[in-house]
Ligand binder design. Structure first.
Ligand code: GTP
Length: 360
């Protein structure tokens, strides 16, 4: 049986200012809580048992996913009293694992959307006889990431902090947030205190002579760390660029959940998703955006690359581009909001209050 640990706690768990009571993994992406895509992809790769390691708003996961049987999985939940970091969270769930000491245990960061071939990562791990194997991805600008150089056989040589100078960019390979641990290695992580896998566990293992194997896989990969990335990920799921068996419908230019109401002449493109009971008015144009459950986009509004929170309202003729509208917030008619604007949950912007266009 293949088992996995899914890390869904820690500091970056909120998608501020979109939600107050919903942790990021539960925010819908392509119509279902983001976590559903990860669970369904793991299941499709043969994983049967998954332990969810969390530290924040834990109470929302179990009522939704239950014992996992609806997804064909056996799910368990472990909540940390204080966030234990990535390594600490893995160590903290060790007692829930059923694998033998030599068996592979998968670990996934909960905020990554990827087309990783999970079976191939396990296969690579077993063929190499590694202690830990890591999915590595290549990025064009590695400055924001820790770097993971490997030798010609894929064996990891170092874990380097974010490069400060051009000379320090020795590779474009970064840790992509999916690992296979030999089960017995998990017990070597110190228990009961915060531990970072990247800053402590992996460097310590390397220093002790352990075999860490990297698998560079240039499939779809997106870190959903920012609301902007989250919108992109949702659209890519709808478009089919990011593969997931959990998208509730056919992949294409748009996904409209059955209970939503969309005016005949509204135009939905670029992987836009319209959530349950959302209402889209006449002549609205929505592209590359996620409109969550119960939101209303009034006639003539133009929404591009934006996230409209649950129960939020976008007024008539408003123009939104690269914007996050928090749950139940209201953007009045004729506003123009551009790149980076985040409207807090329940905030109200009066009609015609904000524009970016010039006086001409
Ligand atoms: P450390 O490696 O512990 O320093 O964490 P990090 O801040 O570098 O990790 P990052 O924020 O990239 O998070 C990676 C994944 O681990 C995300 O899915 C987080 O939700 C999850 N995560 C981070 N910290 C914790 C934690 O303290 N507990 C749990 N359960 N998950 C965490």
């Amino acid at each position: 049986m293949t088992e996995a640990i899914l890390l869904v706690g820690g500091k970056g768990t909120r998608l501020r200012p979109l939600t107050v009571h919903t942790p990021k993994p539960m925010v819908p992406a392509a119509g279902v809580p983001f976590l559903t895509h990860q669970l369904a992809r793991a299941k499709a790769a043969g994983v049967e048992h998954i332990v969810l390691a969390t530290s924040y708003l834990a109470e929302v996961f179990e009522p939704y996913f239950g014992d996992g049987s609806a997804l064909g999985l056996h799910l368990e939940y472990v909540t940390e009293e204080e966030p234990l970091g990535t390594g600490g969270a893995i160590r903290n769930v060790a007692s829930r694992l059923h694998s033998g000491p030599q068996d592979p245990v998968l670990v996934f960061n909960g905020d990554i959307l990827t087309g990783l071939d999970i079976r191939k990562l396990v296969h690579t791990h077993e063929t190499a006889g590694a202690d830990v194997s890591l999915h590595l991805t290549r990025v064009t600008d590695p400055r924001a990431y820790g770097l993971v150089p490997t030798d010609a056989t894929g064996r990891v040589q170092a874990f380097l902090e974010k490069p400060q100078t051009p000379e320090e960019i020795v590779t474009d390979q970064i840790n992509a947030g999916a690992y296979v641990f030999r089960r017995s290695v998990i017990d070597t992580i110190p228990a009961g205190r915060p531990v970072s896998v990247e800053r402590e566990t992996f460097p310590d293992l390397l220093a002790a002579g352990a075999h860490l194997q990297g698998m560079v896989d240039s499939t779809y990969w997106l870190d959903l760390g920012t609301p902007r990335a989250f919108v992109r990920g949702s659209a890519d799921l709808v478009l089919g660029r990011a593969p997931s068996p959990a998208v509730p419908g056919r992949c294409g230019d748009r996904l409209v959940l059955p209970s939503a109401s969309v005016a005949d002449d509204a135009k939905l493109t670029g992987g836009t998703v319209i959530g349950e009971h959302a209402v889209i008015g006449a002549g609205a144009r929505i592209s590359g955006s996620a409109v969550l459950a119960g939101a209303v986009v009034e006639p003539g509004a133009v929404v591009t690359d934006s996230l409209v929170g649950a129960g939020a309202q976008v007024g008539a003729r408003a123009v939104l581009d690269g914007v996050v509208v928090g749950d139940r917030a209201a953007v009045g008619p004729d506003n123009e909001l551009r790149e980076g604007v985040r409207v807090w949950c329940e905030a109200r912007i009066p009609a015609g209050a904000v524009r970016f266009s010039s006086d001409q």
